[in-house]
Design a protein around this ligand. Sequence first.
Ligand SMILES: *Cc1c(COP(=O)(O)O)cnc(C)c1O
Length: 439
Amino acid sequence: MTDLNSKLNAIPAVDDLRAMRETIWLNSDVSTTSEGLLRVGLTQADAEDAQARLQRFAPLLAQAFPETLASKGIIESDIVPIPQMQALLEKTSHISGNLWLKKDSHLPVSGSIKARGGIYEVLTHAEKLAVAAGMLSLDDDYRLLLTPDFRRFFSQHKIAVGSTGNLGLSIGIMSARLGFHVTVHMSSDAREWKKNLLRSHGVEVIEYQEDYGVAVEQGRQAASSDPSCFFIDDENSRTLFLGYSVAGLRLRKQLQEKGIRVDADHPLFVYLPCGVGGGPGGVAFGLKLTFGDHVHCFFAEPTHSPCMLLGMSTGLHDAIAVQDIGLDNKTDADGLAVGRASGFVGRAMAQLIDGCYTLSDESMYDLLLMLAKTENIRLEPSALAGMAGPQRISANKAYQAQHHISAEAMRHATHIVWATGGGMVPDEEMQRYLAKGRG
Ligand SMILES: *Cc1c(COP(=O)(O)O)cnc(C)c1O
């Protein structure tokens, strides 16, 4: 314990964490991309394999979810400039460069970033089962998997997951659509409308009075006693991580289409809301593969749940939880109420993430209202966590000096706030969110 205390005392940001003051931690271990990638244990080929798998499943997705017809079964989101929001933010503090929003909030099927990893892992599992049973080969038309024969086959298999809500939605909806028996173990903070929506899809929802960590543990245990049950492990899954990483690979073309350059003179900054870490970690991995040293990735967390900041800054990763420094892990930011970060992601990304910062729930609600007013875009609170980043990095001369980013390059910077959820929030819930912003 004294060891732990001396470790904690050596990290300036920890005082702020304990006091729940908004803070930033800059990663002094960050290295060149090529060096940092060596620690991940996954490669460009793995990410491309995930991309190819999603391509194989695209015809199936287009048929199963008509809202993906226009994109031919590719689940992808727009990136949009938000100049009015930028102007409003700049009334308090300048942003060097241009502000953009990545609208994973409006991804089809489940309205959050979980439509990447969650759906991908269900599809990977389904493919593996079907191939092993000799019912499918990789060059088949995967729409085959929607036929009654396959439905019967998948109904003999179970899938389980622990979730604060959004991951449960993605995995539940996708699994049920293929015919799996799927159980979602939900933490106490999960919203009622998400549970109801899942039940309407035929998903079994089990509710717990405890937080995310407990829901995951219960799910893991229930699944371990049943060999026909596949447990999707949000804390350790490489498959989820790779599903998320495809977003990074696809961003190059999206930026090209918008005429956005990314190079040494045009740095790219990306701000990712972080819960357990798989989503933001996987996206950052894909971004690093794609843009190398020219992309700078930051994780954003609530002041009540800064598990990744705590784990990365101490180097303790999943051996420390926010409760260990007296925090309650209670936040309105769905998906971010995580007390203990993924040990896999923290270690894998230890030399690739530029830093982590925290913001209060009040700040998220303020930003939520500001974005709704200026751009008419409505997000859930967690999806605003990234919005606090561009001002802080623009003002942080020490960071810019550390990374040899000139003032001139900063003026040509692109800041992408990764909006991770909100597209499916019911209107009355959204009205309550908006009412909490201070305008
Ligand atoms: C899950 C989630 C995140 C973070 O993803 P992790 O993989 O848990 O780090 C961010 N925002 C929203 C809305 C989420 O649902």
